[in-house]
Each structure stands twice: as C-alpha cells, then as structure tokens.
Design a protein around this ligand. Structure first.
Ligand SMILES: *Cc1c(COP(=O)(O)O)cnc(C)c1O
Length: 361
C-alpha cells in the first residue's frame, strides 16, 4: 500500500529533536505567549524576509485577522480566486465583507491576472491571492493592478512555505500574508497553528492585539479581539521543523521532478517555469476520467486525494452569494484534478511504482 500521506513517517525523521524540545517547554511551565513564540516569529520573519511575523491559532485565523486588520468599511469587496480552499473565502465572510470570485488560469491553477480588472469597482478594496499547491501567483501584474487601483494585497500562503517568484519568497509580496501550519502543510505543526507576516509596523501591533482579546497590556483592551494565540509547544516544535523546511521542500521537488519526467502525456502535469520555485505542497495532475483513475489506483493499492472535489461557489455554506454567476475554469479543475502521493515520507522507489501503475491506466 502506498499511502497519500503519513505524518508519523514524516515527523519520525526529527523525533529525537522534537522530544527534547517538548521536554524543555513542559519543564518551563510557560505555555502561552512566551519566548518560544517570539523566537519562532523572529526566525520565520527572517526566513520569509519580512520585518515581522505574528503567531496565531490557525491558518483560517491568520486570514481572518489579516482581513480584520485592514479595517475596511461595510460593503467593501475583496477579490479572491474561485478555486481556492473555502477557508480563504470564509475569512472574508467572517469580517462581513463581500468575496468576489475571479477565475484561475487553467495552466497554473492560480488567480488569472487578466480576469481581475473586469471585477474591480468602487467598492473593491483588496485582492486576496492564494499560492495554490505550492506555486506562487504571477505577482508582477497583480501588484501593478493593485497599485493602479489602490488595492491592498493579502497572500494566502497556507500551501506555499518557501515557494518563490523571481527569487522572492511568497509571504513577502503583500501588505500581509497568512500562513497555516496545519499538520499536513510543508511546515506542519502538531495541532493547529498559523501566522501572519508583514512589513507594516502598525499592522503588527493590531494583529498582536486581535489575537489576544484586543489587548497588549494585561487587562487593558483596545480592540474587540479574539483568542487566537499560537501556543508555546507548537512554536517550539515549529522552530525545530523550520530548520528542515528547505530539506522537506527539496525532497518534494525531487519527487515531483520524477513524476513530471516519467508520467506519460495522457496526464496534464503541473507547468514548470524558470521564474517560479515551486514547493509542491500538492503534486496534482489532471485527467478527463479522474474518478476512474482514482478508483483504478485504489485497486492497485495507491491512495490519492482530490483538492478539491466541490468548488466554494457550489457549497451550501455560500448559497446566494454569487447568484447567476458561472465559473467554468474552476469547474474544469475541480472535475479533473487528482493529487498524487508526494510527501517527505515517500521514497523515490514508491514514486516510480506509482508512475508505473498510472502509465498503464
Ligand atoms: C490549509 C489552508 C487554509 C487553512 O488553514 P487552517 O490552518 O486549516 O485553518 C487556508 N487556505 C488554504 C489555501 C489552505 O490550504
């Protein structure tokens, strides 16, 4: 059996270091907003190349608090790709703002810069870009459009830890960037965690208040905040794993290269471009008989996943938000995409085995 993901295997490689670190936190007796969180924030900001990083409770919270920090007036619209994971859209809805869907490019699966202009009106205040599957969005034209229209940019980097565009790391382009450290992400914690990176000092201060009941000084509340703090255990363990992130990314890039060089051309593979350093959070292929292919692979003891089976605009949770609108590119992706095993826990031999089986489909 070749599993899609096995986090036990992934983390086994860092086991001794993680156990030692856990003991240190346990013995310290300090579990919320202490030195492990501030040390992780410093290391992660340095890795991304931003002035600061604010640790929070999850990726969704990182997104929601970022949108909240923009403090946009009621009725404001935020542009977001139609094929993203629902969390990106929920963050906008939770701030009582309107998510406006922009179709992705069918080759990159990321927001199509050519389709942004037509969705901009006087209420448009921000673009929430998503670097899906570990590939950066095409940032130059997006930044141009944002500058021309006076729009803020927030990046959803939940799938792009260490991915680059023209040698610049994702998470350093926008006014703010939201990261998730959900256990399966390239940099994964041992429970829920997330963070926001930014170069803006005043955003940093607001984010630090919002995650902690609106307070910076104990029992003094400036904002109607939340409880969304990264905890000391997650921060300490993430600090250990951050040292190995480049190695995790290289491993996944190597497995992806083997797929791309050896899968036959019946399968649409991720596009490769010199301007992009992709970290393959997900290695996805497309095929018109996707469901049959998935079933065939299960029969051959190979597990796959679909990211994602239902687009956000067809979910019950969002009913009524985009009445009468159609998103055919998004539909095409959701109907044909399949994620292949490609994790730090997989060996080259396993990938060659998967390829051998797929090529016989
Ligand atoms: C995982 C993910 C999130 C949400 O992160 P959580 O930590 O699970 O809240 C948001 N956006 C994208 C694109 C994701 O993949």
């Amino acid at each position: 059996m070749i599993e899609y993901e096995n986090l036990g295997k992934v983390n086994k490689k860092f086991r001794e270091e993680l156990l030692k670190t856990f003991e240190t936190v346990l013995d310290s007796g300090w579990f919320i907003l202490g030195k492990n969180v501030s040390e992780f924030e410093k290391s992660f900001a340095h890795y991304i190349g931003t002035k600061s990083c604010v640790g929070v409770g999850s990726g969704l919270d990182a997104l929601t608090l970022s949108v909240k920090t923009l403090n946009l007036e009621k009725g404001s619209e935020i542009l977001v790709p139609s094929n993203t994971y629902i969390a990106t859209i929920l963050a906008i809805i939770h701030c009582n703002l309107k998510p406006v869907l922009v179709e992705p490019n069918i080759n990159t699966y990321n927001i199509d810069p050519n389709k942004i202009d037509e969705k901009i009106n006087l209420n448009t205040k921000a673009i929430l870009v998503v670097h899906l599957y570990g590939k950066s969005c095409d940032m130059d034209p997006i930044i141009n459009i944002a500058n021309k229209n006076n729009l803020k940019i927030i990046e959803d980097c939940a799938q792009s830890h260490g991915a680059k565009y023209k040698n610049k790391v994702t998470g350093s382009f926008g006014d703010m960037a939201a990261f998730s450290f959900y256990p399966t992400k390239n940099l994964g914690a041992f429970g829920d965690a997330g963070c926001v990176t930014t170069n803006n000092e005043s955003y940093t201060q607001i984010l630090k208040q919002l995650r902690n009941y609106g307070s910076n000084i104990k029992y003094q509340n400036e904002l109607t905040g939340f409880n969304s703090r990264m905890d000391e255990v997650q921060a300490a363990l993430l600090k250990v794993k951050l040292k190995h992130l480049d190695d995790i990314n290289s491993h996944k890039r190597n497995l992806s290269k083997i797929y791309s060089e050896n899968l036959n051309d019946d399968f649409i593979k991720p596009i490769i471009d010199d301007n992009y350093y992709d970290i393959y959070h997900i290695y996805s292929i497309r095929h018109p008989k996707r469901d049959k292919l998935k079933e065939y692979l299960i029969k051959n003891d190979i597990k796959t996943e679909i990211h994602y089976p239902i687009p956000p605009y067809k979910q019950n949770a969002t009913k009524g938000l985009w009445e009468g609108e159609y998103f055919p590119v998004s539909d095409e992706i959701h109907n044909t995409i399949l994620s292949l095993p490609c994790s730090y826990g997989h060996t080259e031999e396993e990938i060659y085995k998967v390829i051998e089986v797929i090529n016989r489909f």
